[in-house]
Design a protein around this ligand. Sequence first.
Ligand code: OKP
Ligand code: ZN
Length: 334
Amino acid sequence: MKLFFDPRQLDHAPALELHNGGYVPYAEHPGRVKNMLARLTETEAPTDRGETPIARIHGPAYLAFLKSAHRQWVDAGRAGDATGYVWPIVGRRPLHLQRIDAQFGQYSFDAASPVAAQTWDGAYWAAQTALAATDAVLNGAPAAFALCRPPGHHAGADYLGGYCYLNNVAIAAQAAIDAGKARVAILDVDYHHGNGTQDIFYDRGDVLFVSIHADPVTDYPFFWGHADECGDGAGEGANLNIPLPRGTGMADYQVALKTALYSIAAFAPEVLLVSFGADTYEGDPISQFKLKTEDFTEIAAQISAADLPTVIVMEGGYATEALGDNVASFLSGF
Ligand code: OKP
Ligand code: ZN
């Protein structure tokens, strides 16, 4: 399988995140990638496809914010990574405020995703990596892997959050549509619900979003991922959430996967994109499922049996020591 990665993704390196009321080392750190690369031979760097495919998903005001947030932070006399601390409640009228703190309130939904000096560059090259893997599949490869980080599935059209800044899988899905594919499916198997991806395609019938994740009643991102979120307008029926309780192991996970793959088959997509998070692993420090390293091979084999051209986009996974093994296990199932 073709594996894509760009070392400039490592330049994004926030120091700390707010976790359970205190500041702790940032869980989504560049060391995650080093562990994966140790198990993956022959990664290929993406060519630069520019900002146009990114702007098909993210609005210009949000992109301008993301590019300038750290510079504005420094200009405001602040040290360290840029982060928000105030958020407007849902339904407040739009105010286009210039103060950096107000902009974070407008363009983010949590305090877990600081913008560091090189965040734009890291996120930009993660998106390019996803686009390169998509092109490989559009050009006939049965499957390709995009080693993306920062991850993307929590980022919406005009917001960041959950360690995510640009929605890599959404950018890739749109690129497939723009290349002439009529129907594209996204299967999100990260531990956390991919709220950004869901939001982006919620009212569209050409992109099916199916997600298996920890029940948002108990787990981040709380406000999305409930089973009654089924899509809107033309997208009604093209969004399927399968929330599972904490402690879920392979037996129950497989039942959910069967349902997910059944709905994907019924949609008859031309391309499948998989948001793959290894944070469903039993040893993950911030997650509560009980999958074992060898389970990832079986999950991938079942996805592969759908017999669709497949782009695999890396999302979460924070048990750094096991991450390479878990990714290698997943990829070996294809
Ligand atoms: C990103 B991805 C818990 C903090 C949770 C955000 C988790 C983002 C996960 N106290 N922080 O889906 O793996
Ligand atoms: Zn996750």
